[in-house]
Design a protein around this ligand. Structure first.
Ligand SMILES: NC(=O)c1ccc[n+]([C@@H]2O[C@H](COP(=O)([O-])OP(=O)(O)OC[C@H]3O[C@@H](n4cnc5c(N)ncnc54)[C@H](O)[C@@H]3O)[C@@H](O)[C@H]2O)c1
Length: 314
C-alpha cells in the first residue's frame, strides 16, 4: 500500500524540518504539509501544501480523505511561554487538535499518529536530575498541563481503541532553519543569531538555569525511528523521555566564545524563568534506548559548530 503522510503545523520550528526529511524519504508528493499560514520557500516548493485549521474536524477529515492519508504528525500547538499569556486558547488548540486526530484514528480513517509531548509535563515536585520515565508529574504551566493530559489521552486511546499513537517528550530544540515558536528554551537558538549579528546577547533566563536540550537533527531522527519501529517494540504509549545534552546559559556562552572571541552575555530574567525553574535539569531516557535503540549524536560542542556554520552561510 502507498503511504501518504499529513503534517499538521508543518510551518513551525519542528514541522518544517520534519516535512523536508519525510519528503526526502517518501518523495514530495507523498508528504502533505498543512498549517494555518504559509511556510518557508523550500517547504512550499517541495510538495503539496494545504491551509488547514486542525481544530476544524470536518476540514481535517476532508483533507485526510482527499489525499488518502495513512499517517499524521500533529505538530500544531501553543508553546509554553505564549500559553501562559492565552491559557484558554492554548488549552483549546492543544487538546482539540489532539482529539480530532485521535478520533480519526479510532474510526480507522488513519492508521498511525505521532504527537509530541514535552519536558513541560514535569513540575516542581519531580526529581530534577536524571528525571525518570515514570515519576511524579505535577506540571504548573498551562502548556505542561495540556501535554500531560494529552499523554493520558494517547495512552487511553491506545488501550481502549487500539490506536497506534506514538510520542516523545522533546527537550528544548535547537535549530537553524526555522525560528522557535514561543517556548522557554528559545534562548538557546536566539543566542547563536545574536552572537553572529551583534556579538552580544541578553538572556531571559539566569546564568545557572540548566535545561535538557537537543539539536534538531537528533529530534527528527528520533521521531522517524520511533515511527518506523515495529509496534511490539513500543512499551510506552503515553510518551517517551528523550535526552541528548543538558547545559545552562553560562555554559553555552562559554562555548560560543571559542568561536566568537568578543561575544558577551548578560542576564535579564523575565516570566520565563519561573517556567524553567519547574522543569528538569536532565532526563533519563534509558527506556527509549532499550525499547527502540535511541542514541543521540549531537552534544553542545557539535551543536554549536553546526549552528554557527549554518547561520553564517545561509
Ligand atoms: N520546539 C521545541 O523546543 C519543542 C519542545 C517540546 C515539545 N515541542 C512540541 O512540538 C510541537 C511542534 O513545536 P514547534 O516548536 O514546531 O512549534 P511552532 O510554534 O514552531 O509551530 C507550530 C505550528 O502550528 C501552527 N498552528 C497553530 N495553530 C494551528 C491550527 N489551529 N491548525 C494548524 N496549524 C496550527 C502554527 O502556525 C505553527 O506553524 C508542539 O506540539 C510542541 O509543543 C516543541
Amino acid at each position: 500500500m502507498q503511504k501518504y503522510i499529513l503534517i499538521i503545523g508543518a510551518c513551525g520550528q519542528i514541522g518544517t524540518e520534519l516535512t523536508l526529511a519525510l519528503r526526502q524519504m517518501h518523495g514530495g508528493a507523498h508528504v502533505i504539509a498543512s498549517d494555518i499560514r504559509e511556510g518557508s520557500e523550500n517547504l512550499m516548493e517541495t510538495g503539496p501544501f494545504e491551509i488547514l485549521d486542525a481544530t476544524d474536524y470536518d476540514a481535517l477529515e476532508e483533507v485526510i480523505a482527499y489525499y488518502e492519508i495513512n499517517e499524521v504528525y500533529l505538530m500544531a500547538a501553543m508553546l509554553s511561554a505564549t500559553a501562559e499569556k492565552f491559557p484558554m486558547r492554548a488549552w483549546n488548540l492543544n487538546m482539540n487538535t489532539l482529539f480530532n486526530v485521535l478520533n480519526l484514528a479510532k474510526d480507522k480513517k488513519i492508521d498511525k499518529v505521532f504527537w509530541p509531548s514535552s519536558i513541560a509535563v514535569f513540575g516542581p515536585n519531580t526529581p530534577e536530575n536524571s528525571t525518570p520515565q515514570n515519576t511524579i508529574m505535577e506540571p504548573t504551566t498551562v502548556y505542561g498541563i495540556s501535554k500531560q493530559s494529552g499523554e493520558r489521552w494517547c495512552n487511553y486511546y491506545h488501550n481502549k481503541y487500539g490506536v497506534d499513537v506514538r510520542s516523545i517528550r522533546y527537550p528544548g530544540l535547537i535549530s537553524w532553519k526555522t525560528m522557535p515558536g514561543g517556548g522557554t528554551t528559545d534562548y538557546a537558538v536566539e543566542i547563536y543569531h545574536k552572537a553572529l549579528s551583534e556579538q552580544k546577547y541578553t538572556c531571559f533566563l539566569e546564568a545557572d538555569t540548566e535545561l535538557p536540550m537537543m539539536f534538531m537533527d537528533d529530534a527528527i531522527r528520533a521521531t522517524l525511528e520511533l515511527m518506523n519501529t515495529e509496534p511490539e517494540n513500543i512499551k510506552i504509549r503515553s510518551s517517551y523521555n528523550l535526552a541528548a545534552m543538558s547545559f545552562n546559559p553560562a555554559q553555552i556562552a562559554e562555548i560560543i566564545k571559542k568561536y566568537i572571541k568578543d561575544f558577551e552575555i548578560s542576564y535579564e530574567p523575565d516570566f520565563r524563568q519561573a517556567i524553567a525553574d519547574t522543569w528538569p535539569n536532565s532526563i533519563d531516557d534509558s527506556q527509549a534506548q532499550n525499547d527502540w535503540g535511541w542514541k543521540p549524536k549531537f552534544d553542545l560542542e557539535k551543536t554549536t559548530e553546526e549552528m554557527l556554520n549554518n547561520l553564517a552561510t545561509n
